[in-house]
Design a protein around this ligand. Sequence first.
Ligand code: UDP
Ligand code: MG
Length: 335
Amino acid sequence: MNHHLPEISVVVPLYDEQDNISELHRRLTGALSPMGPSYEIVFVDDGSRDETPRLVDEAAACDPHLTIVHLSRNFGHQPAISAGLAHARGRSVMVMDGDLQDPPEVIPQFVARWKQGFDVVYAIRRHRKEGAVKRMGYFVFYRLLNAISDLNIPLDSGDFCLMDRRVVEVIKNLPERKRFVRGLRTFVGFRQTGLDYERTAREAGRSKYNFSALIGLAVDGLVSFSSYPLRLVTYLGMTTATIAVGLTMWIFMDAFYQRTAPRGWASLIVVVLFMGSVQLISLGIIGEYIRLIFLETKERPNYIVDRYRPAAVLLGNESSVTEEAASASSRDVTR
Ligand code: UDP
Ligand code: MG
């Protein structure tokens, strides 16, 4: 067991957060230090253009608990979180925003759940202190994502969470480039639980997500966890084809028995519908292949093992089995 490693690391991405840093540092320290000296705060400066880089360096000069990662330019919120996860050393790792929308004071509750044996404790936003349009957008997004993705990503849970070291290792080792962290966190599994909290308004400064950036995040999330939009093309093609067939039948009946439709209209509309459906179905077929290529390129593992217990006969001697059990229980004790 690595006793020199901190019990908890808190990863905070920061982009132009100069007016929040001292308050953030103060409140984080206030929340973490009562739990013991074994903690680390990882500030990731995501290419800030304001005083953020200088302020975090100055804070680190006076506080041995601070780890600072400066990115070479602004890479964005999700990449900044990935950078923080890569550098955090703790046996558990929290991720939170740097604008104090995620209150540091709830961290002990996350840690308590982790000590109970949960590998992932994710925060569920019960209330948001944001504009009505933004709230509505989030509401629709999370429900849509849940409806069409292959995973059950918990509703209204953002990136604010605690993860056990082994979960962090699995996420770090996924070869995927475009990382939608809250989706991957659901993907990896293990014992997960939600924790309600009240999301407050931003403390100072302005939100870095404008409308188009939020839409971008939403599209990334949907596209990397769902291939349903591709399927939709196929369904659309099939629907059009069905309508074309139905209409053709009706037109024939009409031409032979009633002749109400003007001449030429029938052949025209049938050709249009028929060609339309052929094109849509062809696109859908191409889409199916693209979907497979897309899934393959992600190289997500087919499964992730939580625990493995080989048969005692395979080990040759029974003593190693008891050894295994002993080390498993020591892990629980040290938590
Ligand atoms: N952030 C970042 N890089 C970016 C944009 C945002 O590191 O390119 C950080 C930002 O400093 C904050 C967190 O990500 O700590 C969440 O951003 P923000 O509060 O602007 O998003 P919102 O809460 O409005 O969704
Ligand atoms: Mg915010």
